[in-house]
Design a protein around this ligand. Structure first.
Ligand code: 4AD
Ligand code: MG
Length: 461
C-alpha cells in the first residue's frame, strides 16, 4: 500500500499513477452517480479523498458504508489544484475489508472530550486524539535522541520496589496476598514476610534512587518509564499512572541541572515543530490559539531563575487574593505557580532553594541550613512540569535526614552505599511526561494526553 503520508510528502511523484491504499472511513457522501469517501490510513494526520462512481460494481454497498469501516482502494491518483484538497484518488476498485456497524460511537459531529474519555479505545481515531498521541510518540523519540546525542546511558529502573523515593507515602501496594484472608502476625499486623518478596513492596513513585546508583558508574544516565502515585487528588494535572524522564548527572550541581533541563525543553519543542508540523498547526488552530507564539517565545528566551524566597516575596507583594495564603515555609500551590509564570514572567520559571521541610529527604542542604538545593520548573498553563535537585552527598547529613523523615536505614543501605564508595556531587530531575505533552499541545486535562488514563475511580479500559 502507498501511505497517505507518502502521498502528502511526495505528491508530484504519484500524479496520474495507479496506487493502492487502505484505511478507515471518516465519512461517505454519495449521490446516485458518484460519491466521496474521506479515508484516513493511520500514517498521517490528513485524510485522502476517494472518488467513487456508479461504474464500480459495489457502488451501492459503498455508498451505504458506515463511518469507521475499513476498505482497500485501487485507483488513480490525481492532483486537483484549486480544490479544497490538493489531490484525490479516483477509485477503480474498492474492497470492503471490515464494515462497521451503525452504532459506531464516532460520528462525524464533534464529540466532547468527556464523552471521548469513556471510549479511550476508540478516541485515537479522532483528529484531536490522533494528533495528541502522535505528538506523544514524537516527544518520546525527541527525549531519547536528546539524551543519547549527549552520551547519556538509558537505564531501566524497576517498577516493583521496596522503597519510597519521595517519602510521601503515596504508593500503590504490590501484593500477592489474598485480601480476604490476609495472614496476620501475633499483634494483628499484616505479615509481609509471607508475601511474594518476603517484605512489603509497592509500585515505584520514581526511578531516581536506583538511577542515582548508575550515575556513579556511567556518570550521565537517565530513566524513562511509568511511575505510580496514589495521590488522592482529582485534578486535571494528576494521574495515578504517569511517565517520568529522570536524568541524573555525576559531578554536576543545581546550575548544571537547570541548564540541561532548559536545553531539553527547547530541544523537544524544536523537534516536535520539525517532525509533526501538521499536528502542531491543528493544535494552534483548534485547541489553543496562542500556542505557536508561546512556544516560539520559549525557544527565543532564557528561562527565569528565582529563589523560593523571592517567589514568596513577589506573591506577598502582588495584592492578589489567593485561596491558599502565601507564607514562607508553605509549599507553593498551583494558583501561586500560575501567577508567577502567567502573570509575572509570562515564560518558564525555575524556582530554587525551597525550605527543607517541604522537600524530599535526598536533597542537598544549603549553607543556610534552612533551604535545600531544589529546583522546580513552572510553565504557563500547566504549572510544575519538572522537579529536581542537587543530591545530598554527605553520608551523615543524609542519615540524619532519613531519620527525620521516618525512613529506615536498613531499607536504604544500598542508596547510602553510593555515598560511602566514591560519592561525588550529583544532580538530576524528573520531567512529568504527560505535563510536557499538555504544555506542547495546549490540551488542558491530563486524561486527554495518556492513552488509557488511570485516575481516582477510573481504571476501566
Ligand atoms: O516533583 P516530583 O515528585 O519529583 C520526583 O519524583 C523526583 N524523584 C524527580 C527527580 O529528581 N529525579 O515529580 C517530578 C514530576 C513533576 O514535576 C510532575 O511534572 C510529574 O513528575 N508528576 C506528575 N505527573 C502526573 N501525575 C502525577 N500524579 C504527578 N506527580 C508528579
Ligand atoms: Mg514536585
Amino acid at each position: 500500500y502507498t501511505s497517505v503520508k507518502e502521498l502528502f510528502r511526495n505528491t508530484s511523484q504519484y500524479t496520474d499513477k495507479e496506487i493502492t491504499v487502505s484505511g478507515w472511513i471518516r465519512s461517505v457522501r454519495a449521490s446516485k452517480a458518484f460519491g466521496f469517501i474521506i479515508l484516513n490510513d493511520g500514517t498521517f494526520f490528513n485524510n485522502l479523498q476517494v472518488v467513487i462512481n456508479n461504474e464500480l460494481e459495489n457502488f451501492d454497498e459503498l455508498s451505504k458504508l458506515n463511518v469507521g469501516s475499513s476498505i482497500i482502494v485501487k485507483g488513480k491518483f490525481i492532483e486537483t489544484p484549486g480544490a479544497k484538497q490538493p489531490f484525490e484518488m479516483q477509485a477503480t476498485e474498492v474492497q470492503i475489508e471490515g464494515a462497521s456497524t451503525p452504532d459506531y460511537p464516532l460520528q462525524k459531529k464533534r464529540h466532547t472530550f468527556e464523552y471521548l474519555r469513556t471510549i479511550s479505545h476508540l478516541r485515537p481515531r479522532t483528529n484531536t486524539f490522533a494528533a495528541v498521541f502522535r505528538i506523544r510518540s514524537v516527544v518520546a523519540q525527541a527525549i531519547h535522541r536528546f539524551f543519547s546525542d549527549k552520551g547519556f546511558v538509558y537505564v531501566h529502573t524497576p517498577i516493583l520496589t521496596g522503597s519510597d523515593c519521595e517519602g510521601a507515602g503515596e504508593m500503590f501496594r504490590a501484593t500477592t496476598l489474598d485480601l480476604n484472608d490476609v495472614p496476620k502476625d501475633e499483634e494483628g499486623n499484616i505479615d509481609n514476610k509471607l508475601d511474594f518478596f518476603g517484605k512489603e513492596t509497592n509500585l515505584t513513585v520514581s526511578g531516581q534512587l536506583n538511577v542515582e546508583t548508575y550515575a556513579m558508574a556511567f556518570r550521565n544516565v537517565y530513566t524513562f518509564g511509568p511511575t505510580f502515585r496514589a495521590e488522592n487528588s482529582n485534578t486535571a494535572r494528576h494521574a495515578a499512572e504517569f511517565w517520568m524522564i529522570e536524568p541524573e548527572m555525576a559531578f554536576a550541581d543545581l546550575i548544571d541541572d537547570m541548564d540541561i533541563a532548559e536545553e531539553m525543553i527547547k530541544y523537544i519543542i524544536t523537534y516536535v515543530k520539525e517532525n509533526a508540523p501538521e499536528e502542531m498547526e491543528f493544535f494552534n488552530k483548534f485547541i489553543d490559539k496562542g500556542l505557536s507564539e508561546r512556544l516560539d517565545n520559549v525557544l527565543n528566551n532564557k528561562f527565569e531563575r528565582i529563589t523560593y524566597t523571592e517567589a514568596v516575596e513577589l506573591l506577598e507583594k502582588s495584592g492578589e487574593k489567593f485561596d491558599y495564603p502565601v507564607k514562607w515555609g508553605a509549599d507553593l500551590q498551583t494558583e501561586h505557580e500560575r501567577y508567577i509564570t502567567e502573570k509575572v514572567f509570562k515564560k518558564p520559571v525555575f524556582v530554587i532553594d525551597y525550605p527543607k521541610e517541604i522537600k524530599a529527604f535526598y536533597m542537598k542542604l544549603n549553607e543556610d541550613n534552612k533551604t535545600v538545593a531544589a529546583m522546580d520548573l513552572l510553565v504557563p498553563g500547566v504549572g510544575e512540569i519538572i522537579g529536581g535537585s542537587q543530591r545530598e552527598e554527605d553520608y551523615d547529613k543524609l542519615i540524619s535526614k532519613m531519620k527525620e523523615s521516618g525512613l529506615k536505614e536498613e531499607d536504604y543501605w544500598w542508596y547510602l552505599d553510593i555515598r560511602k564508595y566514591g560519592g561525588c556531587n550529583h544532580a538530576g530531575f524528573g520531567l512529568g511526561f504527560e505535563r510536557m505533552i499538555m504544555y506542547i499541545t495546549g490540551m488542558s486535562n491530563i486524561r486527554d494526553v495518556i492513552p488509557f488514563p488511570r485516575t481516582v475511580n477510573n481504571c476501566d479500559i
